[in-house]
Design a protein around this ligand. Structure first.
Ligand SMILES: NC(=O)c1ccc[n+]([C@@H]2O[C@H](COP(=O)([O-])OP(=O)(O)OC[C@H]3O[C@@H](n4cnc5c(N)ncnc54)[C@H](O)[C@@H]3O)[C@@H](O)[C@H]2O)c1
Length: 314
Protein backbone atom coordinates (compact mmCIF):
# COMPACT_ATOMS: atom_id res chain seq x y z
CA UNK A 1 0.00 0.00 0.00
CA UNK A 2 1.63 3.24 -1.00
CA UNK A 3 0.80 6.70 0.35
CA UNK A 4 1.08 9.34 -2.42
CA UNK A 5 3.48 7.01 -4.23
CA UNK A 6 5.59 6.33 -1.13
CA UNK A 7 6.04 2.87 0.44
CA UNK A 8 9.31 3.37 2.27
CA UNK A 9 10.57 6.49 4.04
CA UNK A 10 14.18 6.93 5.13
CA UNK A 11 14.43 8.82 8.43
CA UNK A 12 17.94 10.25 8.66
CA UNK A 13 18.92 11.34 12.18
CA UNK A 14 16.79 9.84 14.95
CA UNK A 15 16.95 12.38 17.79
CA UNK A 16 13.83 14.12 19.11
CA UNK A 17 12.37 14.97 15.70
CA UNK A 18 13.55 11.92 13.73
CA UNK A 19 12.09 9.49 16.30
CA UNK A 20 8.75 11.29 16.26
CA UNK A 21 8.65 11.33 12.42
CA UNK A 22 9.54 7.62 12.37
CA UNK A 23 6.62 6.84 14.71
CA UNK A 24 4.28 8.98 12.59
CA UNK A 25 5.22 7.28 9.31
CA UNK A 26 4.99 3.80 10.87
CA UNK A 27 1.53 4.69 12.20
CA UNK A 28 0.50 5.48 8.62
CA UNK A 29 1.48 1.98 7.52
CA UNK A 30 4.74 2.94 5.82
CA UNK A 31 8.02 1.06 5.97
CA UNK A 32 10.72 3.13 7.66
CA UNK A 33 14.47 2.73 7.38
CA UNK A 34 16.21 4.86 9.98
CA UNK A 35 19.83 5.85 10.34
CA UNK A 36 21.89 7.71 12.97
CA UNK A 37 25.61 7.44 13.76
CA UNK A 38 25.28 7.86 17.55
CA UNK A 39 26.13 4.83 19.71
CA UNK A 40 22.93 3.22 21.02
CA UNK A 41 20.77 5.13 18.52
CA UNK A 42 18.77 2.11 17.38
CA UNK A 43 17.77 1.10 20.92
CA UNK A 44 16.81 4.70 21.77
CA UNK A 45 14.78 5.01 18.57
CA UNK A 46 12.86 1.77 19.19
CA UNK A 47 12.15 2.88 22.78
CA UNK A 48 10.98 6.34 21.60
CA UNK A 49 8.71 4.85 18.93
CA UNK A 50 7.22 2.47 21.52
CA UNK A 51 6.64 5.44 23.86
CA UNK A 52 4.82 7.40 21.09
CA UNK A 53 2.73 4.39 20.00
CA UNK A 54 -0.14 4.58 22.58
CA UNK A 55 -1.13 8.10 21.53
CA UNK A 56 -0.86 7.10 17.86
CA UNK A 57 -3.13 4.13 18.59
CA UNK A 58 -5.65 6.50 20.19
CA UNK A 59 -5.49 8.74 17.11
CA UNK A 60 -6.05 5.70 14.86
CA UNK A 61 -3.44 3.54 13.17
CA UNK A 62 -3.53 2.60 9.47
CA UNK A 63 -4.34 -0.99 8.71
CA UNK A 64 -0.72 -1.85 7.90
CA UNK A 65 0.77 0.13 10.78
CA UNK A 66 3.38 -1.80 12.73
CA UNK A 67 6.51 -1.04 14.71
CA UNK A 68 7.95 -4.14 12.98
CA UNK A 69 8.15 -2.14 9.75
CA UNK A 70 11.05 -0.19 11.29
CA UNK A 71 14.54 -1.16 10.23
CA UNK A 72 17.82 0.52 11.16
CA UNK A 73 21.24 0.89 9.57
CA UNK A 74 24.18 2.98 10.69
CA UNK A 75 25.00 3.80 7.06
CA UNK A 76 22.99 6.75 5.61
CA UNK A 77 23.67 5.61 2.02
CA UNK A 78 22.09 2.22 2.77
CA UNK A 79 19.16 3.89 4.50
CA UNK A 80 18.15 5.95 1.46
CA UNK A 81 19.08 3.46 -1.29
CA UNK A 82 15.57 1.98 -1.56
CA UNK A 83 13.57 4.84 -0.01
CA UNK A 84 10.75 6.64 -1.85
CA UNK A 85 10.95 9.74 0.37
CA UNK A 86 13.74 10.97 2.66
CA UNK A 87 13.10 12.95 5.87
CA UNK A 88 16.39 14.33 7.19
CA UNK A 89 16.67 15.32 10.87
CA UNK A 90 20.39 15.67 11.50
CA UNK A 91 22.01 18.41 13.59
CA UNK A 92 21.08 22.01 12.69
CA UNK A 93 24.52 22.92 11.36
CA UNK A 94 25.10 23.80 7.72
CA UNK A 95 28.45 22.00 7.41
CA UNK A 96 27.04 18.79 8.93
CA UNK A 97 24.04 18.94 6.59
CA UNK A 98 26.39 19.46 3.59
CA UNK A 99 28.40 16.31 4.38
CA UNK A 100 25.24 14.37 5.00
CA UNK A 101 23.50 15.51 1.79
CA UNK A 102 26.55 14.62 -0.29
CA UNK A 103 25.96 10.99 0.78
CA UNK A 104 22.14 11.13 0.51
CA UNK A 105 22.23 12.78 -2.94
CA UNK A 106 24.65 10.15 -4.26
CA UNK A 107 22.71 7.17 -2.87
CA UNK A 108 19.01 8.03 -3.25
CA UNK A 109 17.24 7.49 -6.60
CA UNK A 110 17.28 10.80 -8.54
CA UNK A 111 13.46 11.12 -8.40
CA UNK A 112 13.30 10.81 -4.60
CA UNK A 113 12.46 13.95 -2.59
CA UNK A 114 15.03 14.86 0.07
CA UNK A 115 13.11 16.81 2.73
CA UNK A 116 14.98 18.51 5.56
CA UNK A 117 13.32 19.11 8.92
CA UNK A 118 15.63 22.11 9.45
CA UNK A 119 14.07 24.69 11.76
CA UNK A 120 15.62 27.66 10.08
CA UNK A 121 18.40 26.97 7.56
CA UNK A 122 17.80 28.14 4.00
CA UNK A 123 17.12 25.32 1.52
CA UNK A 124 19.38 27.04 -1.03
CA UNK A 125 22.25 26.83 1.48
CA UNK A 126 21.56 23.16 2.34
CA UNK A 127 21.32 22.30 -1.38
CA UNK A 128 24.98 23.32 -1.81
CA UNK A 129 25.65 19.87 -0.33
CA UNK A 130 23.68 18.24 -3.16
CA UNK A 131 25.85 18.33 -6.29
CA UNK A 132 23.81 15.86 -8.37
CA UNK A 133 20.14 16.69 -7.92
CA UNK A 134 19.61 19.91 -5.93
CA UNK A 135 16.17 20.21 -7.57
CA UNK A 136 14.81 17.45 -5.27
CA UNK A 137 15.83 19.16 -2.02
CA UNK A 138 13.12 20.99 -0.07
CA UNK A 139 12.50 21.95 3.54
CA UNK A 140 9.75 19.92 5.22
CA UNK A 141 9.78 21.61 8.61
CA UNK A 142 7.57 20.02 11.28
CA UNK A 143 6.68 21.21 14.75
CA UNK A 144 7.65 19.25 17.79
CA UNK A 145 6.30 16.61 18.24
CA UNK A 146 5.69 15.87 14.52
CA UNK A 147 3.55 12.82 15.32
CA UNK A 148 0.98 15.17 16.94
CA UNK A 149 1.33 18.70 15.53
CA UNK A 150 -0.17 18.91 12.02
CA UNK A 151 1.82 21.84 10.56
CA UNK A 152 4.64 21.20 8.08
CA UNK A 153 6.28 24.15 6.32
CA UNK A 154 7.35 23.24 2.80
CA UNK A 155 10.02 25.68 1.64
CA UNK A 156 11.66 25.57 -1.79
CA UNK A 157 15.15 26.92 -2.42
CA UNK A 158 16.40 28.64 -5.56
CA UNK A 159 17.00 25.33 -7.32
CA UNK A 160 14.07 23.29 -5.97
CA UNK A 161 11.73 22.15 -8.75
CA UNK A 162 8.00 22.86 -8.65
CA UNK A 163 7.44 19.11 -8.96
CA UNK A 164 9.43 18.47 -5.76
CA UNK A 165 7.31 20.99 -3.87
CA UNK A 166 4.07 19.45 -5.22
CA UNK A 167 5.20 15.94 -4.29
CA UNK A 168 6.22 16.98 -0.77
CA UNK A 169 2.89 18.83 -0.28
CA UNK A 170 0.93 15.78 -1.53
CA UNK A 171 2.88 13.32 0.60
CA UNK A 172 2.56 15.33 3.83
CA UNK A 173 -1.17 15.84 3.25
CA UNK A 174 -1.58 12.10 2.58
CA UNK A 175 0.01 11.25 5.96
CA UNK A 176 -2.37 13.56 7.80
CA UNK A 177 -0.25 16.71 8.04
CA UNK A 178 -1.33 20.31 7.28
CA UNK A 179 1.45 21.47 4.95
CA UNK A 180 1.82 25.11 3.94
CA UNK A 181 3.87 26.17 0.92
CA UNK A 182 6.16 29.16 1.48
CA UNK A 183 6.74 31.43 -1.49
CA UNK A 184 10.12 32.65 -0.30
CA UNK A 185 12.92 31.20 1.83
CA UNK A 186 13.81 33.13 4.98
CA UNK A 187 15.85 32.16 8.07
CA UNK A 188 13.38 30.52 10.48
CA UNK A 189 10.69 30.07 7.77
CA UNK A 190 7.31 31.46 8.93
CA UNK A 191 6.15 29.79 12.15
CA UNK A 192 9.48 30.04 13.97
CA UNK A 193 9.74 33.72 13.02
CA UNK A 194 6.29 34.29 14.50
CA UNK A 195 7.36 32.46 17.66
CA UNK A 196 10.64 34.42 17.74
CA UNK A 197 8.70 37.70 17.68
CA UNK A 198 6.66 36.59 20.70
CA UNK A 199 9.68 35.22 22.56
CA UNK A 200 11.60 38.45 22.00
CA UNK A 201 8.90 40.45 23.76
CA UNK A 202 8.44 37.77 26.48
CA UNK A 203 12.17 37.90 27.28
CA UNK A 204 12.14 41.69 27.17
CA UNK A 205 9.20 41.94 29.60
CA UNK A 206 11.12 39.78 32.10
CA UNK A 207 14.35 41.73 31.51
CA UNK A 208 12.53 45.02 32.07
CA UNK A 209 11.05 43.63 35.30
CA UNK A 210 7.48 44.09 34.02
CA UNK A 211 6.37 40.53 34.82
CA UNK A 212 7.81 37.30 36.20
CA UNK A 213 8.61 34.27 34.01
CA UNK A 214 5.55 32.43 35.33
CA UNK A 215 3.23 35.43 34.84
CA UNK A 216 4.36 35.76 31.20
CA UNK A 217 3.64 32.04 30.75
CA UNK A 218 0.17 32.51 32.30
CA UNK A 219 -0.44 35.58 30.10
CA UNK A 220 -0.17 33.35 27.03
CA UNK A 221 -1.32 29.89 28.16
CA UNK A 222 -4.40 31.18 30.07
CA UNK A 223 -5.03 34.06 27.66
CA UNK A 224 -4.60 34.59 23.93
CA UNK A 225 -2.76 31.27 23.49
CA UNK A 226 -6.08 29.46 24.00
CA UNK A 227 -7.59 31.26 20.99
CA UNK A 228 -4.44 30.95 18.87
CA UNK A 229 -4.65 27.16 19.10
CA UNK A 230 -8.10 27.43 17.49
CA UNK A 231 -7.65 30.16 14.87
CA UNK A 232 -4.66 32.11 13.59
CA UNK A 233 -3.80 35.78 14.27
CA UNK A 234 -5.77 37.21 11.34
CA UNK A 235 -9.03 35.34 11.94
CA UNK A 236 -8.79 36.09 15.67
CA UNK A 237 -8.47 39.77 14.86
CA UNK A 238 -11.38 39.53 12.44
CA UNK A 239 -13.61 37.94 15.10
CA UNK A 240 -12.56 40.59 17.65
CA UNK A 241 -13.84 43.27 15.28
CA UNK A 242 -17.49 42.22 15.60
CA UNK A 243 -19.66 43.08 12.57
CA UNK A 244 -16.93 45.32 11.13
CA UNK A 245 -14.38 42.50 11.24
CA UNK A 246 -10.67 43.05 10.77
CA UNK A 247 -11.13 46.33 8.86
CA UNK A 248 -13.01 47.91 11.78
CA UNK A 249 -10.57 46.40 14.29
CA UNK A 250 -7.55 47.88 12.54
CA UNK A 251 -9.20 51.26 12.17
CA UNK A 252 -9.92 51.33 15.87
CA UNK A 253 -6.98 49.37 17.40
CA UNK A 254 -4.44 49.83 14.58
CA UNK A 255 -3.00 53.21 15.69
CA UNK A 256 -2.37 52.14 19.32
CA UNK A 257 -0.96 48.81 18.07
CA UNK A 258 1.53 50.75 15.92
CA UNK A 259 2.60 52.62 19.07
CA UNK A 260 3.10 49.30 20.92
CA UNK A 261 5.20 48.01 18.01
CA UNK A 262 7.54 50.97 18.40
CA UNK A 263 7.91 50.20 22.11
CA UNK A 264 8.65 46.44 21.72
CA UNK A 265 11.93 45.31 23.30
CA UNK A 266 15.09 44.33 21.48
CA UNK A 267 16.81 41.63 23.51
CA UNK A 268 20.37 40.40 23.79
CA UNK A 269 20.73 36.97 25.33
CA UNK A 270 23.29 37.93 27.96
CA UNK A 271 24.40 35.20 30.42
CA UNK A 272 22.58 37.18 33.17
CA UNK A 273 19.28 37.13 31.25
CA UNK A 274 19.61 33.41 30.45
CA UNK A 275 20.25 32.75 34.15
CA UNK A 276 17.24 34.84 35.16
CA UNK A 277 14.97 32.99 32.70
CA UNK A 278 16.25 29.57 33.80
CA UNK A 279 15.78 30.46 37.48
CA UNK A 280 12.24 31.71 36.68
CA UNK A 281 11.39 28.43 34.95
CA UNK A 282 12.74 26.41 37.91
CA UNK A 283 10.59 28.47 40.24
CA UNK A 284 7.53 28.01 38.01
CA UNK A 285 8.07 24.23 37.80
CA UNK A 286 8.50 23.96 41.59
CA UNK A 287 9.85 20.43 41.28
CA UNK A 288 7.30 19.20 38.69
CA UNK A 289 8.65 16.19 36.81
CA UNK A 290 9.33 17.34 33.23
CA UNK A 291 8.60 13.93 31.65
CA UNK A 292 5.25 13.95 33.41
CA UNK A 293 4.58 17.51 32.21
CA UNK A 294 5.30 16.43 28.61
CA UNK A 295 2.88 13.50 29.00
CA UNK A 296 0.15 15.82 30.38
CA UNK A 297 0.80 18.36 27.60
CA UNK A 298 0.39 15.59 25.01
CA UNK A 299 -2.92 14.47 26.55
CA UNK A 300 -4.25 18.03 26.17
CA UNK A 301 -2.86 18.34 22.63
CA UNK A 302 -4.47 15.05 21.72
CA UNK A 303 -7.88 16.19 23.08
CA UNK A 304 -7.53 19.59 21.39
CA UNK A 305 -6.75 18.02 18.02
CA UNK A 306 -9.74 15.69 18.40
CA UNK A 307 -12.01 18.64 19.31
CA UNK A 308 -10.75 20.66 16.32
CA UNK A 309 -11.41 17.68 14.09
CA UNK A 310 -14.94 17.16 15.43
CA UNK A 311 -15.88 20.82 15.03
CA UNK A 312 -14.40 21.13 11.54
CA UNK A 313 -11.71 23.55 12.77
CA UNK A 314 -8.86 21.18 11.91
N1 LIG B 1 13.66 20.00 18.42
C1 LIG B 1 12.74 20.71 17.80
O1 LIG B 1 11.83 21.30 18.42
C2 LIG B 1 12.73 20.80 16.29
C3 LIG B 1 11.51 21.11 15.66
C4 LIG B 1 11.46 21.09 14.26
C5 LIG B 1 12.59 20.83 13.51
N2 LIG B 1 13.78 20.57 14.15
C6 LIG B 1 14.94 20.28 13.29
O2 LIG B 1 15.11 18.87 13.24
C7 LIG B 1 16.51 18.57 13.11
C8 LIG B 1 16.90 17.66 14.26
O3 LIG B 1 16.65 18.31 15.48
P1 LIG B 1 16.47 17.49 16.85
O4 LIG B 1 15.88 18.44 17.82
O5 LIG B 1 15.81 16.19 16.60
O6 LIG B 1 18.01 17.26 17.25
P2 LIG B 1 18.64 16.07 18.09
O7 LIG B 1 19.94 16.57 18.60
O8 LIG B 1 17.65 15.52 19.07
O9 LIG B 1 18.90 14.94 16.98
C9 LIG B 1 19.86 15.05 15.99
C10 LIG B 1 20.28 13.64 15.65
O10 LIG B 1 21.15 13.67 14.52
C11 LIG B 1 22.11 12.66 14.72
N3 LIG B 1 23.25 12.89 13.81
C12 LIG B 1 24.43 13.49 14.06
N4 LIG B 1 25.20 13.46 12.95
C13 LIG B 1 24.46 12.82 12.00
C14 LIG B 1 24.72 12.42 10.68
N5 LIG B 1 25.87 12.73 10.08
N6 LIG B 1 23.76 11.73 10.01
C15 LIG B 1 22.58 11.44 10.60
N7 LIG B 1 22.29 11.77 11.86
C16 LIG B 1 23.22 12.45 12.54
C17 LIG B 1 22.46 12.73 16.19
O11 LIG B 1 23.09 11.53 16.63
C18 LIG B 1 21.07 12.96 16.79
O12 LIG B 1 20.45 11.72 17.11
C19 LIG B 1 17.26 19.90 13.10
O13 LIG B 1 17.50 20.31 11.78
C20 LIG B 1 16.26 20.84 13.78
O14 LIG B 1 16.40 22.18 13.36
C21 LIG B 1 13.87 20.51 15.51
Amino acid sequence: MSVAGVDRVAVVGTGTIGASWAAHYLAHGLDVTATDPAPGAEDRLRADVAAHWPVLERLGLSERASQDRLSFTADPSDAVADADFVQENGPERENVKHDLYAALDAAARPDVVLASSSSGLLPTAIARGCPHHPERLVIGHPFNPPHLIPLVEVVPGERTSAETVDRAMDFYAAVGKRPIRLRQELPGHVANRLQAALWQEAFSLVERGVASVSDVDIAISQGPGLRWAVLGPFLNLHLSGGHGGIAHMLEHLGPPMEEWWRDLGQVTLTPELVQELAAGVDEELAGTDVAELIARRDVVLDALLAAKDETGLA
